[in-house]
Design a protein around this ligand. Structure first.
Ligand SMILES: [Fe+2]
Ligand SMILES: [Fe+2]
Length: 191
């Protein structure tokens, strides 16, 4: 499933997305301008890359693109780390979160998707991350383990990996509920 219009993310666009999301999530209320600037600086090299931009062409949940999803997961994990005050490598955290679903195909389309998407897409994403970016083993581990407990053996092995794995589940649930609400609203307009 492809989205008709491709969204291009800039640092400014990222702020707009972040601010929109903060209206739904109290966890972001207390983020300082300094934290937002730091997040944008860390995310920019990834978000500006044309292959990362390709994620805007694929649907992740309902009407949410994969690029919107990974941006939301990255900002959420970054915000949680700041709010809890836990000592993390923010560069690895943001890189791992932005690339955690960097598998680059439409998982809804069986003719173009890769085998065993549910369990294997973290491996495909890590392969693409290593091919496109000079990422370290820690970032690759964050990507590979984000679907834990699927499989049980691919356990997150750092605070950053746990933050991304939990933020991914939280955002996926949020996006699924948001999409249902939008669908319901659309149905009522149609009536
Ligand atoms: Fe995923
Ligand atoms: Fe995800």
């Amino acid at each position: 499933m492809h989205i008709g219009q491709k969204r291009v993310y800039t640092a400014a666009g990222l702020f707009i997305e972040s601010k929109l999301y903060s209206r739904y999530d109290g966890a972001m209320k207390n983020q300082s301008k300094q934290a937002e600037t730091q997040f944008a600086q860390l995310a920019k090299p990834y978000l500006q890359h044309p292959e990362v931009q390709q994620m805007a062409s694929y649907i992740q949940h309902g009407t949410i693109s994969t690029l919107d999803h990974v941006t939301r997961v990255a900002y959420t994990a970054f915000t949680w780390a700041n709010s809890i005050g836990v000592d993390v490598d923010k560069q690895d955290l943001v890189a791992g979160a932005l690339l955690h679903d960097f598998y680059l195909y439409d998982w809804h389309d069986r003719s173009t998707s890769m085998p065993h998407h549910a369990t294997m897409h973290p491996i495909y994403a890590a392969q693409n991350a290593a091919r496109v970016f000079d990422v370290n083993d820690h970032v690759l581990q964050i990507i590979r383990s984000h679907m834990w407990p699927l499989p049980l053996t691919r356990l997150p092995q750092s605070r950053e990996a746990w933050l991304v794995s939990v933020a991914d589940k939280y955002c996926s649930l949020y996006e699924t509920i948001l999409c249902r609400r939008e669908k319901r609203r659309k149905v009522s307009y149609d009536l």
